[in-house]
Design a protein around this ligand. Structure first.
Ligand code: WTA
Length: 649
């Protein structure tokens, strides 16, 4: 890691904003000044300015019971009204909300008026099915307009959505449904990925059968691919229910702290955490950052965030932030390389996308394919580029700006997490002089520091652990059903400061460089995966005696899952090592989802452990990355690493 940091800190290229860009920028220096003068007044002003409050709030922050924050808590609003009706009432009903493009090339345009009408009907469907404020609804859909409509309909009636990424397995759906006691699941027959119809409903069916029964009363099924599906009494077609639903639905106000969604993310233990977000603070910060960080001019821009709504980036920067801001967006169902490797660039040309927000993994993949592919398309509409999910190396940053942004667009590297709900650290286009590879500075109103292990600020020129030192509007309000885990995970280490789990370094200018996770969470293609969760899946297989998983660095995906397994003595004859690896890779994909499938599985006879029995993943990472194995003196058996290294040759 240290050579990587040294290399990063050699980066001396700077990209100041052009005068033309600065002249029209949404962000202003004044934002920093105001936030520094009075942070709470700053957020209260943003919230009043950006949102419609049915009942205005008088209290900005209640931090009397840390770490449980309440923001704007005596105010009332309706999140969906803020994303829809008010734009229509303001005369912008004809503005396009979504240019939807299906992977097979089918398209659909939804104006704000049309999207509002759809959400009103869907809200009536949910009410008819017995869903009311506070109830949980699981959503397992492809990237189609119905995903957004379903989320907003749930929000509109004050219920709570739990979106499960379409790549997750039946087991993952089941555990999320059970944890939140969801009453309803909204899914589709399937979706299009990589040129073919891939099914979704069978995973929901499997999730709902077996076990001890389920809290789910109904399954609403969107017809997307037309493939055959099994049908039970609890299933209802979305299109039938929508056709029968009344068109009118008046949005009722709900308290600012009404739960909006639960989103599960990987932690350091095997069980995913249900991160809870609420309404007023979350919507304030997502709307503010959408406008200031992406320089969004909603009347003229076409914005495209490529994230799936199954991840937090899709929640905050496809659904809530952009829609609260009245943005026109592109929504694309499929994979970037289907039917040809220039599909994204073709879409940018077709819809004249001006703001693109994506992940470093995608950028590095395009870099590998070569600039001749994007260069076949007219990308001149682009004026702001964003990056999220993992550190972006300076080479990828510069390529992104040069090749995609014609050497002139600002590139904003945005650091945040499922837990933070919205962007926390980022340059502001038009204001900040950009530094490739650095996420740079906290946005106005956010207080960040880097501490050493004992809680002392490391100061400029040093590395340590990233913390958020003051509560922020879109912060998680807890882990669903587990207040103790919430306190332990984020607040025990530094008391009143939020421990993010990321390493970071402050350079001599005070700019932040993110250095990756400091815990057992991996980041594969910008997706968080837990080593413990994959290990427990591996040991659940009858072949496996023990397993250790590490995130090894990978040129394209940032990190890749590499597993070391010991086969049960009784099973060693059952299959060859190669077969075992294939069987277990398939098993993990089936248990958790394809994104968790290990890149490699090595069958070993022993694992490196300390005398107290803790697996030394650091050493396994050395092996997986083909490095000289580091200090082994704390190993119980110091010869073991040689045995493992030899076994892998
Ligand atoms: C990492 C995604 C470096 C980080 C929004 C964090 C980043 C985790 C960046 C959260 C960035 C996210 N630079 N690392 N710009 N953005 N990360 O919850 O390790 O899926 O803790 O949220 O991704 O991942 P999550």
């Amino acid at each position: 890691m240290s050579t990587q940091i040294d290399h990063l800190l050699d980066e001396s290229r700077r990209f100041p904003p052009s005068p033309e860009f600065a002249a029209q920028a949404v962000a202003t220096e004044q934002l920093y000044t105001d936030a520094a003068a009075d942070r709470l007044a700053f957020w209260a002003d943003r919230s009043r300015e950006l949102l419609h409050w049915h009942t205005p709030f008088t209290r900005t922050l209640d931090w009397s019971n840390p770490p449980f924050a309440k923001w704007f808590d005596d105010g009332e609003l309706n999140v969906a009204y803020n994303c829809l009706d008010r734009h229509v009432e303001a005369g912008n009903g004809d503005r396009v909300a979504f240019h939807f493009e299906g992977e097979p090339g089918d398209t659909r345009t939804l104006t704000y008026a049309e999207l509002t009408a759809e959400v009103k009907k869907a809200a009536n469907v949910l009410t008819k099915l017995g869903i009311s404020a506070g109830d949980r609804v699981a959503i397992y859909l492809p990237m189609i307009p119905e995903a957004v409509i379903a989320m907003l309909a749930v929000a509109r009636i004050g219920a709570v959505h739990s979106v499960v990424f379409g790549g997750f397995s039946a087991d993952s759906i089941r555990s999320r449904i059970d944890d939140a006691n969801a009453k309803l699941v909204i899914t589709a027959d399937g979706g299009y990925r990589k040129g073919k119809a891939s099914s979704l409903k069978p995973a929901v069916d499997a999730a709902l059968t077996g076990g001890d029964g389920t809290s789910v009363e109904h399954v609403l099924v969107v017809k997307r691919t037309g493939q055959d599906v099994d049908w039970t009494d609890r299933d209802l077609w979305w299109h039938d229910e929508m056709a029968a639903a009344p068109a009118e639905h008046e949005a009722q106000p709900f308290p600012a702290e009404n739960p909006l969604f639960i989103l599960y993310t990987s932690g350091t233990t095997g069980k995913p955490k249900g991160i809870l977000h609420t309404s007023g603070g979350y919507l304030t910060q997502t709307a503010f950052t959408t406008q200031a960080v992406f320089d969004l001019h909603p009347e003229t821009d076409v914005y495209w965030c490529t994230a799936d709504v199954g991840w937090v980036t899709g929640h905050s920067y496809v659904v809530y932030g952009p829609l609260a801001s009245g943005a026109t967006q592109v929504l694309y169902e499929g994979t970037p390389d289907t039917p040809h490797p220039g599909r994204w660039w073709e879409l940018i040309e077709k819809y004249k996308v001006s703001i693109l927000y994506t992940a470093p993994t995608a950028i590095r993949t395009f870099m590998k394919l070569g600039r001749q592919i994007p260069q076949k398309f007219d990308l001149s509409s682009l004026r702001v580029l964003g990056s999220v999910g993992e550190p972006i190396n300076p080479e990828a940053w510069v390529w992104y700006r040069e090749v995609i942004g014609a050497g002139k667009t600002p590139v904003v590297d945005t650091w945040w997490q499922t837990e933070t709900g919205a962007i926390m650290v980022s340059a502001l286009p038009g204001i900040t002089s950009l530094k490739p590879g650095s996420a740079q500075v906290p946005i106005p109103g956010i207080s960040i520091d880097v501490l050493d292990d004992s809680g002392t600020p490391v100061g400029e020129g040093n590395g340590g652990l990233l913390v958020v030192t003051e509560p922020w509007p879109s912060m998680l309000r807890g882990i669903w059903g587990d207040p103790d885990r919430f306190k332990e995970t984020y607040w025990e280490k530094f008391g009143d400061k939020y421990f993010a789990g990321d390493g970071a370094r402050l350079d001599d200018d005070g700019d932040l460089w993110l250095l990756g996770r400091v815990d057992d969470v991996m980041n594969v293609s910008g997706h968080r995966l837990s080593t413990a969760e994959i290990e427990s899946s591996l040991v659940a297989h009858p072949l496996t005696a023990e397993a250790a998983v590490v995130g090894a660095s990978d040129e394209t995906t940032g990190q890749a899952v590499v597993a070391f397994v010991i086969i049960k003595a009784s099973q060693t004859d059952a299959a060859s090592a190669g077969d075992v690896a294939e069987i277990l890779r398939a098993h993990v994909a089936q248990q958790i989802g394809a994104i968790a499938r290990p890149r490699q599985i090595f069958v070993v006879n022993e694992l490196p452990k300390t005398r107290s029995g803790k697996i030394m993943r650091r050493l396994l990472r050395d092996v997986a990355e083909g490095r000289e194995v580091g200090d082994t003196t704390t190993l119980a058996d110091t010869a073991i690493m040689q045995v493992i290294t030899d076994a892998m040759k």
